[in-house]
Design a protein around this ligand. Structure first.
Ligand SMILES: Nc1ncnc2c1ncn2[C@@H]1O[C@H](COP(=O)(O)OP(=O)(O)O)[C@@H](O)[C@H]1O
Ligand SMILES: [Mg+2]
Length: 258
């Protein structure tokens, strides 16, 4: 298994509180890796430290966007805009989605803010204007998240699930190789929620993208994951494929007994 993200003994304190306690996580390339755990476990802080929103107090973060071990980069402590340009994107880092803009314009804005672009053709014919090329790419991406038929809708008209997929599409447009989603199904009903996960799964079949998804509700998310990490009180208490993790007594205790 090849990893797009690896952390080694990542540490983050808030005063006396150890929010992330020497955490080792490995995210397989092109996987949907789930980070679960009760509220306050340290999930959001972990992702914030990985993406440069917060500085770590110890440990290292390695990012390997190019399927090439020799190009693995040590992104520990990088500012978030640099992590984003390298292809590790938290959706809130992208310049604001404009709820009054159309679906298409949202993607075009994101295309204008890309780092390294996986959709860029190696040789671009001179007669294709930049705008035309961006338009073609935008529709290509919108098709993948099944929003192409809504291209001229203002974003506020979309449902919660569609809006979440628009966020993901915008991340793809910026050239993201690894997309971190913090509780993407929050606030949506169960039917919508599993739809979002279905979309993420089918997306990673057709695009070289990896998802690191934070979730505290395990019932909906677990069946869609390739691999799962469980955090509690700052530490990873269990990891494995979903079928292994659900049977782990430590996980059961945290979710039911704890
Ligand atoms: N900026 C902060 N300052 C102080 N404490 C924080 C801060 N952010 C998070 N915490 C604390 O760190 C712990 C982990 O929080 P968090 O990462 O948000 O957990 P989760 O995302 O798993 O719910 C919690 O006890 C939380 O109160
Ligand atoms: Mg959180």
């Amino acid at each position: 298994m090849e990893y797009i993200l690896e952390t080694h003994r990542l540490l983050k304190n808030f005063g006396g509180l150890i929010a992330v306690n020497n955490v080792d996580v490995r995210v397989g390339r092109n996987s949907l890796t789930l980070l679960i755990g009760p509220n306050g476990a340290g999930k959001t802080t972990f992702v914030n430290v990985c993406t440069g929103v917060l500085r770590p107090d110890g440990g290292r973060v390695f990012f390997n966007p190019h399927n090439d071990e020799s190009k693995k980069i040590d992104i520990t402590g990088w500012p978030s805009h640099r992590v984003y340009k390298a292809g590790f994107v938290r959706t809130f880092q992208i310049p604001q989605p404009f709820i009054s803009l159309t679906v298409l314009d949202n993607i075009l804005v994101a295309l204008g803010n890309r780092g390294e672009d996986p959709f860029r053709a190696p040789v671009k014919p001179l007669w294709i204007r930049e705008e035309e090329e961006n338009m073609r790419r935008a529709f290509e991406i919108l098709k993948k998240v099944e929003l192409d038929n809504y291209w001229d809708w203002q974003a506020f008209r979309l449902g919660a699930g569609q809006l979440k997929m628009l966020e993901v599409a915008r991340a793809l447009a910026t050239g993201a190789k690894l997309i971190a989603l913090d509780e993407p199904i929050g606030g949506t009903d169960p039917a919508y929620a599993s739809n979002i996960f279905k979309h993420l799964r089918s997306l990673k079949e057709s695009v070289d993208v990896t998802f690191l998804v934070i979730e505290h509700r395990i019932d909906i998310a677990l069946p869609f994951a390739d691999y799962v990490y469980v955090m509690d009180k700052g530490s990873v208490i269990s990891e494995g494929t979903p079928d292994v993790v659900v049977k782990d007594p430590k996980v059961i205790e945290v979710y039911i007994g704890g």
